[in-house]
Design a protein around this ligand. Sequence first.
Ligand SMILES: Nc1ncnc2c1ncn2[C@@H]1O[C@H](COP(=O)(O)OP(=O)(O)O)[C@@H](O)[C@H]1O
Ligand SMILES: [Mg+2]
Length: 388
Amino acid sequence: MQYEASPNRYEVEQLIGQGASALVFKGTYENNNVKHPVAIKTINLDKASQNIEQLQQETKLLAMCNHPNICPLYQSMVHQQYLWLIMPELQVSILDLLKTLQPIGFDELIIATIMYDVLQAINYLHQNGQIHRDIKLSNFLMDSQGNTLLSDFGVASFIRPFSNDIRSTFVGSPLYMAPEVANNKPYNQAADIWSFGICLYQLSHGNLPHENCQAMEALLRVIQHEPPKISSKRNFSKQFKELIDACLQKNPSERLNASQLLTMKFWTKRADRQQLIDTLKEYQVMRQPKPNAFQEQVDTANNILQSKQSVGLSSSNWNFDEEDPVVEKKPEEPAPQQIIEENDTDIVLSGVQKLVEEVKKLREENTKLKEENERFKDRLKMFMNQEE
Ligand SMILES: Nc1ncnc2c1ncn2[C@@H]1O[C@H](COP(=O)(O)OP(=O)(O)O)[C@@H](O)[C@H]1O
Ligand SMILES: [Mg+2]
């Protein structure tokens, strides 16, 4: 079935998630008087730095991705100042699953099943010359059959522009960032592999490395410290340690690539799908949705979808900084002021960028001083020669 780019055929019912610059709704698409369930993600273009034509071209690229472990994009459209992305409605993000069911980490069999799915998706993107750039647990979504799908490929680029294969723009979530990305150096597919390694760490421990640091501090630690090591108090298998090690190398060229990772021994022991489906069911019992929560956002979204006006540039209708929606969120988070908020990303990044610029300036000054010093020495030599 074709999902057409006609806003008024979509209707939202419930807010199911909220990211740094997007809201995700459960909703429907109407075709021949039948309503088909979909997930509808809206991104406020007032916050994006790309022009609309470029953005639409990129959504076409996304729509061409075709892999069983990549969440498909059915349709994308710009209506008013929002980009609307239409996708299948999946069951739960792996982040919410972890936080709700296993705050100190899943066992290796479950991790292997989930991450083998994700790794195949990453391998597909990398083989096609793409970089995901926002590999993190909230972008891994489970369907009703216990399969995990990688979502939001390319969406990070709507927030910030890019042009080359080797990119040097800051994108993604700081705690998952590879050292070369945190350090504003050019990067390639290996950056995704680092983030994949961080996800393995998070799934096995329940928390992220440097999770309790201030944002800047966390980024500096990623740049300056040795890669995170898994807890020695836990009984992790040798195969798991080897896998994490192969991902978390500070030098990107020393990380294995996705197809090499797929051949590692760790993947030979995986849980069967039924076990994943049971885990999903357990989650569905645990969470307690509030049916009428965020009704205001739902009403606003529907008003915009039904309105005739197409691309407009008026100011934001939604406050994206509102409290997190519901339900699936996170029983065991540390004190709020200690967490890196997604919304802090820009502040953090501009901070690090400033730092990097300052270091650059200092280096340049240093080079100048050295040159002057050399010249001075030369003159001194000449002077001494004349004296002799
Ligand atoms: N297709 C989907 N089906 C079900 N839930 C989704 C879907 N896409 C996103 N979500 C939920 O919405 C949340 C917010 O998504 P997003 O705006 O991409 O931010 P983030 O990935 O940073 O959490 C996700 O964490 C996930 O729980
Ligand atoms: Mg996402």
